[in-house]
Design a protein around this ligand. Structure first.
Ligand code: IMP
Length: 188
């Protein structure tokens, strides 16, 4: 057993139950509309793929790749879009799907950037949020779990590109020392 991996924070069955709950709320709210799901890669790929298969409404997909840079222990909020949307979202109902909201800086940037493209609506679905770390508050309409400020891996989340394929969400025994290093090297 790899000793980087600590205790399970959220078990597989609890994640799956939450995904079903979120999908049911989304299906309800977007009844009669055509929803555009936008996944933020790489972290959201597993959450998005489970979530979309629980939806009972028609959906289309697009993906972006973003990266945030900064100095010190936290992300500096300098976000770059490394791969933009393929489609025009003007007039569309957009739901951004994210793995985890930490400082909130990445999502704030992406939301503002998307707003300028005049979608009909834009909302966020995030599996995890670290409320104690949020620096740039953002409304998350569909939220899975609030978690403590610990570095977690699994269910799409990585440490140095490892552990994304774990079925549960697990605490990493060692804390990545420098957040900006983490965001550049370990995420997405
Ligand atoms: P922020 O909200 O802009 O600070 O950045 C959120 C991003 O940081 C997420 O999409 C993840 O890629 C990464 N991140 C934050 N916390 C964790 C964690 O505990 N494990 C793995 N990645 C994390």
């Amino acid at each position: 057993m790899d000793n980087e991996i600590g205790d399970v924070m959220i078990a597989e069955e609890d994640i799956q139950a939450k995904v079903k709950q979120l999908a049911s709320a989304i299906s309800n709210d977007y009844q009669g509309k055509e929803l555009m799901l936008v996944g933020i890669l790489k972290g959201a790929f597993i959450f998005l793929s489970d979530l979309c298969r629980e939806l009972s409404i028609p959906v289309k997909f697009d993906f972006i790749v973003a990266s945030s840079y900064g100095s010190g222990k936290k992300s500096g909020g300098v976000v770059r879009i490394l791969k933009d949307l393929d489609v025009d979202i003007k007039g569309k109902d957009v739901l951004i799907v994210e793995d985890i909201v930490d400082s909130g800086l990445t999502l704030n940037y992406i939301c503002k950037n998307f707003q300028a493209r005049q979608p009909a609506s834009i909302e966020i679905c995030a599996l995890l949020r670290k409320p104690d770390d949020v620096r740039s508050p953002i409304e998350i309409k569909y939220l899975g779990f609030d978690i403590p400020s610990e570095f977690v891996v699994g269910y799409g989340l990585d440490y140095a590109e490892k552990y994304r394929n774990r079925k549960d969400i697990t605490v990493l025994n060692k804390t990545p020392g420098n957040y900006s290093e983490k965001t550049q090297t370990f995420r997405r």
